[in-house]
Ligand binder design. Structure first.
Ligand SMILES: [Zn+2]
Length: 207
């Protein structure tokens, strides 16, 4: 599945693959919600994330220390809601594995985190004489978090929540929104877990 909004990720074995999370809020989990490799260490890392996100930011972005703290709260809230959405489909050991990785001792209620951050103004779209959509720059951390929180509210309060999936790969915890028409997407990426599964099935048949 090739998509302009896919991100290039590197797996534990060093394999690089393209992954499309399908929506802004789930994509934001890639900044370190489940993966032990935290990517947001300093405010500048959040600014960098904003620039590579599927928001399509083609100009300056900036973030401060408070926004970095808020970003991690938002990520935790999105992860809780996503895990709630997949818990009936994903194997129990996977759900437990993700819960273990979370280090928030006393996480706030996810919906209150979303509501609080969504209340701030989102990025402002602007259009030039060339009819190209841009954002009013710089895009700030709180604008980005507002957009991601609004996206999460839309996703987790609507029918599309049924399309939130965890990759079917054995030790893969990637979460995505299945935007395919038939709703049959099972893998983070065909190049990675999809192919592994194909090989496994083939080996089983040959035995
Ligand atoms: Zn996978």
């Amino acid at each position: 599945m090739e998509s302009a909004s896919a991100m290039v990720l590197t797996g534990g074995n060093g394999q690089r693959f393209r992954f499309d999370a399908g929506t802004l809020c789930l994509e934001f989990l890639l900044s370190g919600a489940v993966n032990p490799w935290e990517r947001l260490h300093a405010p500048a890392d959040l600014a960098e994330w904003i620039a590579v996100s599927r928001l399509g930011v083609d100009g300056p972005a900036r973030a401060d220390a408070d926004e970095l703290v808020a970003a991690k709260r938002l990520r935790g809230a999105i992860l809780s809601l996503a895990m709630e959405a997949v818990k009936d489909d994903a194997p129990g050991f996977k759900v437990a594995g993700v819960a273990e990785v979370r280090i928030d001792a006393d996480p706030p209620e996810p919906h209150t985190v979303l509501n609080e951050l969504a209340a701030a103004p989102p990025p402002v779209p602007v259009m030039g004489a060339d009819r190209v959509r841009e954002w009013a720059y710089p895009v700030t951390g709180s604008q980005f978090l507002s957009a991601a929180a609004r996206d999460a509210i839309e996703l987790f309060s609507g029918d599309r929540v049924e399309r939130v999936r965890m990759c079917g790969g054995e030790r893969c915890y990637l979460l995505f929104l299945d935007t395919s028409r038939p709703g049959a997407r099972r893998w983070c990426s065909m190049d990675r877990c999809g192919n592994r599964q194909k090989l496994r099935t083939r080996r089983k048949i040959m035995k």
